[in-house]
Design a protein around this ligand. Structure first.
Ligand code: OSB
Ligand code: MG
Length: 369
C-alpha cells in the first residue's frame, strides 16, 4: 500500500479510579492515536507509551516526536509497504518499540479492513472468547484494596493481579488470598521494585499459592530473576525485561522467565508479539497478554492476539469500565462469566465512536506523505 497521510491525534481520558503502581500513580491519561490513510483505505493504532518514562524509557511526547521526525518519513520513503514490512523498514531506529508498534498497528488495521479480514483470521485462530484478568493497583489502605478486589470478584474476573512494592506485599497478598479463597487464581506484579537482596523476602510469597510473580527485579537483571526462579516455588514471569525475540529467547535459556507477559507495544508490534508467542510455545513457556491501560483500540487487538494457543493464562484484558467511564469505541469490551468476546469485525476489530473521540481530542496534527 501507499501512504497518503498521517494524523497524530492526542486524547485526554480520566481513569475511574487512580491506578497506582510501584512506579507512580495515574489518574489522567494523555494518549496518542495514530491514523494512517493509504491508497487502500485507512486504519488506526494506539500508542501505549505513558505520559512519563517510568514504566519504560518511552513516553508519549517522545513517541509523538520520533514518529514525526523519523519513523513516518522512513515509511513514506520506502514506497510500497505492507504491515509485515514495517518492522524491517523501521529497524535502523534503535528502541522506540511503542512508537513503532503504533504505526504498524494502524497499517495492519488498514490492510485488514481493506481485505475484509479480522485480526484473528490473520493469526489463524478461531477461539471466540478468552479469559479475562484484572490488574489491581496499590492502595493507601488495606480495606480499600479489599473492597476493590471484592468488586472485581463480583464482576466475575477469571483472575486477580495485585500490584506490589516493598512495604505492600506479604500483608495485602495474605488478606486478598483469605478474601478470595484458595481456588481463585492470584498473581502479583512488582514492576521492578525489588533487588537481589530481596530474594529471601520474595520467597515468603510462596505460601500464598500465586500463579506467578511478575518482574520483581530491574529489567536488565536477568541473572537475578534466574536466581529467584531457582529459589522460589512461585513461577517467575517477565514483563519489562522482554523487549524482543532475542531477550525472550535468552531469558528462557537463562531460566529467568518461566512465564512471559507479552505486550505488543513493548516488543515493537503485534507481529513481533506473535513471533515471541511462537518461540515460547515451542519452548513450553506459557504466555499471557499484558495490558497498558489501552482504550478499545488496543484492547480489541490484544483480545485477538490472546486467542493464539500459547496464551495459557488469563491476560490483563479487563472490561473497558475497569479504567474508563466511556471508551472511544462503539463496542467496548465487557466481561461475562470471566471471559471477553474476541472481536469479529474486519481490521483490528473496533469501530470508533467519532463524536466522543472528537470531544476528548486535545490536538490533531496531519502530515501528508
Ligand atoms: O506492568 O503490567 C504492567 C499498566 C500500565 C503499565 C504497566 C502495567 C500495567 C498493568 C496492566 O498492570 C493494566 C491493564 O492494562 O489492565
Ligand atoms: Mg507488568
Amino acid at each position: 500500500m501507499r501512504f497518503e497521510r498521517l494524523e497524530l491525534r492526542r486524547i485526554g481520558l480520566e481513569l475511574v479510579v487512580p491506578f497506582r503502581t510501584s512506579f507512580g500513580t495515574e489518574l489522567h491519561r494523555d494518549i496518542l492515536l495514530v491514523h494512517v490513510t493509504t491508497d487502500v483505505g485507512d486504519g488506526w493504532g494506539e500508542c501505549v507509551a505513558m505520559s512519563a518514562p517510568f514504566y519504560s524509557s518511552e513516553f508519549v511526547d517522545g513517541a509523538d516526536l520520533v514518529i514525526r521526525q523519523h519513523l513516518w518519513p522512513m515509511l513514506t520513503a520506502a514506497g510500497d509497504v505492507r504491515a509485515a514490512d514495517v518492522a524491517g523498514v523501521l529497524e535502523p531506529v534503535h528502541g522506540h518499540p511503542m512508537a513503532k508498534a503504533a504505526l504498524e498497528m494502524a497499517i495492519l488495521d488498514a490492510e485488514l479492513r481493506a481485505a475484509g479480514t479480522t485480526f484473528h483470521e490473520l493469526l489463524g485462530t478461531d477461539r471466540s472468547t478468552i479469559p479475562s484478568g484484572v490488574s489491581v493497583g496499590i492502595f493507601d489502605d488495606l480495606d480499600d484494596l479489599l473492597a476493590q478486589v471484592q468488586g472485581y470478584v463480583d464482576d466475575g474476573y477469571a483472575r486477580i493481579k495485585l500490584k506490589i512494592e516493598p512495604g505492600w506485599d506479604l500483608e495485602p497478598v495474605r488478606l486478598v488470598r483469605d478474601l478470595i479463597g484458595p481456588d481463585m487464581p492470584l498473581q502479583v506484579d512488582a514492576n521492578t521494585a525489588y533487588n537481589r537482596t530481596d530474594l529471601d523476602h520474595l520467597c515468603r510469597l510462596d505460601e500464598y499459592d500465586l500463579l506467578l510473580i511478575e518482574q520483581p527485579l530491574p529489567e536488565e537483571d536477568l541473572l537475578g530473576h534466574a536466581q529467584l526462579a531457582q529459589r522460589s516455588s512461585t513461577p517467575v514471569c517477565l514483563d519489562e525485561s522482554i523487549v524482543s525475540l532475542q531477550t525472550a529467547a535468552d531469558a528462557i535459556d537463562l531460566g529467568a522467565a518461566e512465564i512471559v507477559n507479552i505486550k505488543p507495544g513493548r516488543v515493537g508490534g503485534y507481529l513481533a508479539a506473535r513471533r515471541i508467542h511462537d518461540l515460547c510455545l515451542a519452548r513450553g513457556i506459557p504466555v499471557w497478554c499484558g495490558g497498558m491501560v489501552e482504550t478499545g483500540i488496543g484492547r480489541a487487538a490484544n483480545a485477538a492476539l490472546a486467542t493464539l494457543p500459547g496464551f495459557l493464562l488469563p491476560g490483563d484484558i479487563s472490561a473497558a469500565s475497569r479504567f474508563y467511564a466511556r471508551d472511544i469505541v462503539t463496542d467496548p469490551i465487557t466481561v461475562t462469566d470471566g471471559t471477553v468476546t474476541v472481536p469479529d469485525a474486519p481490521g483490528l476489530g473496533f469501530e470508533l465512536d467519532h463524536d466522543f473521540l472528537d470531544s476528548i481530542t486535545t490536538s490533531t496534527d496531519v502530515i501528508d506523505a
